[in-house]
Design a protein around this ligand. Structure first.
Ligand SMILES: C[S@@+](CC[C@H](N)C(=O)[O-])C[C@H]1O[C@@H](n2cnc3c(N)ncnc32)[C@H](O)[C@@H]1O
Length: 332
């Protein structure tokens, strides 16, 4: 087992190389009780899942899903002897996965701690990091064909610029796409990072990002947004999230909870809008004087404002800086 690190938000040591974000708050909001079924849709290094299992006290069912084959294999060893089912799959396929375990409705709840794990980012061979040289890969699921190299080397310039703009919210996307196309073929993360830095520098652009937690503007590496955009596209992250949210409507039993931790504004927007839509009593056009839609709220929003990590957690784990946690409970 890897080095054990104390987690600031927890009274128990971290379970894996990945320091879990908002571990205690997320599991508390999931309201884990023995006898019920819980799904950890992003099992990763297993810290959240282990905490769920501890709270279940051996009664009920826990299903851990991750599209990363290596993560699931490691968890099979780490969680040996625990009452847990581990599945390598995209959480967008939850509806198809559950019947394999005789589950039609999730009585306890679903947890999704989105994005990438430290194990993925820290491994240069996975190609997620602009700080570590590696192949331009970025696939969470190594069984999938599409990689970052294919997007970088094969997309028409306009499409590449749109992708970097849309998924990276990168204002300099056109210049970056032009520089990438001129430098093709690119096969290494270091090559891409350098091209992006040069394109940004050439336009005198300093990259910064406003912290959702403190409101302060922090300087970021010029390649951050481009790498984020490619990662989101390679792994269809937003499409999968939309499918998971939509499926939770029919999969969760009344009283069951949905807890989602996001790491960038595109994800958070989807979750926020989903909960708002689900909690609303009326979807009539705003100018219509009388409600005729008969809409019933489907979820109760538990976190009126998203939870963010406390200062001490952010100091100990920089990854938690951009985390936002939202939770809702399925209504009858
Ligand atoms: C932030 S980590 C989760 C860490 C985990 N909560 C823990 O305690 O270690 C995110 C994990 O979600 C997985 N993941 C991301 N999107 C996924 C998807 N659509 N389907 C399944 N797994 C996904 C990634 O492979 C990664 O292992």
């Amino acid at each position: 087992m890897a080095e054990v690190e104390a987690h600031p938000d927890s009274d128990s040591p971290s379970f894996s190389d990945h320091i879990p974000v908002m571990l205690d708050s997320a599991v508390a909001l999931l309201n884990v009780r023995p006898g019920l079924t819980y799904v950890d849709a992003t099992a990763g290094g297993g810290s959240h899942l282990k905490k769920i299992l501890d709270k279940q006290k051996g009664s009920g069912l826990a299903i851990g899903v991750d599209k990363d084959t290596g993560a699931i294999e490691k968890l099979k060893t780490r969680l040996k002897g625990e009452k847990v089912e581990l599945v390598q799959a995209d959480f967008a396929e939850l509806k198809e996965i559950l019947p394999r375990f005789g589950v039609s409705t999730i009585t306890g709840g679903i947890l999704a701690d989105l994005g990438v794990s430290s194990m993925q980012v820290d491994d240069p061979a996975r190609g997620f990091s602009f700080n570590k040289d590696g192949p331009l890969d970025m696939r969470m699921n190594d069984r999938q064909e599409l990689s970052a190299a294919q997007l970088v080397n094969q997309l028409p310039q306009d499409e590449l610029a749109n992708l970097i703009f849309e998924y990276g919210e990168e204002k300099n996307s056109r210049a970056i796409a032009r520089a990438i196309v001129a430098a093709r073929p690119l096969n290494r993360t270091s090559e891409l990072a350098e091209i992006v830095c040069r394109a940004a520098k050439g336009r005198g652009i300093r990259q910064s990002k406003r912290s959702s937690r403190t409101g302060k503007v922090n300087a970021i590496h010029p390649a951050t947004r481009t790498f984020q955009a490619l990662r989101i596209a390679v792994n269809s992250e937003l499409e999968s999230l939309e499918l998971l949210l939509e499926q939770s409507r029919s999969l969760l039993a009344p009283g069951a909870r949905l807890v989602v931790i996001t790491f960038h504004s595109l994800e958070d927007r989807l979750v926020k809008q989903f909960f708002r839509r689900m909690a609303s009593h009326c979807v009539c056009p705003p100018r219509q004087p009388v409600c005729t839609c008969d809409k019933k709220p489907e979820f109760l929003i538990i976190t009126r404002k998203p939870l963010v990590a406390e200062e001490k957690e952010v100091l100990a784990n920089v990854r938690s800086r951009s985390a936002k946690l939202r939770a809702g409970e399925k209504l009858p």
